[in-house]
Design a protein around this ligand. Structure first.
Ligand SMILES: Nc1nc2c(ncn2[C@@H]2O[C@H](COP(=O)(O)OP(=O)(O)OP(=O)(O)O)[C@@H](O)[C@H]2O)c(=O)[nH]1
Ligand SMILES: [Mg+2]
Length: 223
């Protein structure tokens, strides 16, 4: 295995959604297999790292847990920048939190200034499915909104029972990694084309080929 292949990949995940929907709880369960009943709203944002394996490759997830409370929303820009993917959480027992999902998505795309918003990896999580008796948003409604808004990844989950928590993060990260690799591949291809054109031009003009011996293409800086 070459040195570049051994280097680890890094993916920045940003979790957003209304206050109280369970962002911190999902992250806590995913990272530490712990759940706390009492609600301590996040102030500003926290971040933590977790290593996971995707298709045999070690990937470091840097997970940003942001505050859902309105008063912290102006901080968004700082936390969103450089994100590779985004987890949007709503609470299935709170229809308003579901209605806000697309606002969160749009606000994220505006503030993060993602270069290529088309196909940016979002995972929508309908949390608290352990509270089935209090459900206000059906599975069908969740699926429909995700389909209508660019086929966003979607799952229902429970941070309390640990249902579908790991799979939500794994799927989102796998998607982000795939996108990173595709973007790197097209960058490598355009670099190679440019080099080939340059070589051709030098040949025509009888100039020495400065690129001879240089390695072609590069692995993703982070991968
Ligand atoms: N029953 C149940 N309660 C949950 C679940 N997930 C979170 N909670 C509870 O919901 C409350 C809010 O959870 P948090 O994870 O703090 O919510 P948050 O989205 O991080 O909120 P902010 O930090 O204010 O944005 C807490 O009392 C949690 O115990 C779940 O899956 N089921
Ligand atoms: Mg929180």
């Amino acid at each position: 295995m070459s040195f570049t292949q051994e280097k680890k990949c890094f993916i920045k995940v940003v979790a957003i959604g209304d206050s109280g929907v369970g962002k911190t709880s999902l992250i806590q369960m995913f990272e530490n297999s712990k759940f706390t009943e009492n609600f301590k709203p996040t102030i500003g944002a926290d971040f933590s790292n977790k290593e996971i394996t995707i298709n045999g490759r070690v990937v470091t997830l840097q997970i940003w847990d942001t505050a859902g409370q309105e008063r912290y929303q102006s901080l968004g820009t700082a936390f969103y920048r450089g994100a590779d993917c985004c987890l949007i959480v709503y609470d299935i027992t709170n229809s308003l939190s579901f209605e806000n999902v697309i606002n969160w998505k749009n606000s994220f795309l505006n503030k993060s200034m993602v270069v290529n918003p088309e196909g940016f990896p979002f995972m929508i999580v309908g949390n608290k499915i352990d509270l089935e008796n209090e459900r206000q948003v059906s599975l069908n409604e969740g699926e429909k909104v995700c389909k209508q808004n660019g086929d966003l990844l979607f799952t229902e989950a429970s941070a309390r029972t640990n249902q579908n928590v790991e799979i939500a993060f794994q799927k989102l990260a796998a998607n982000a990694l795939k996108r990173q690799e595709e973007m790197q591949k097209s960058l490598d291809e355009s670099m190679q084309n440019r080099r080939a054109q340059e070589r051709e031009k030098n040949k025509r003009l009888g100039r020495p080929d400065k690129q001879a011996g240089q390695t072609q293409g590069s692995q993703c800086e982070q991968c």
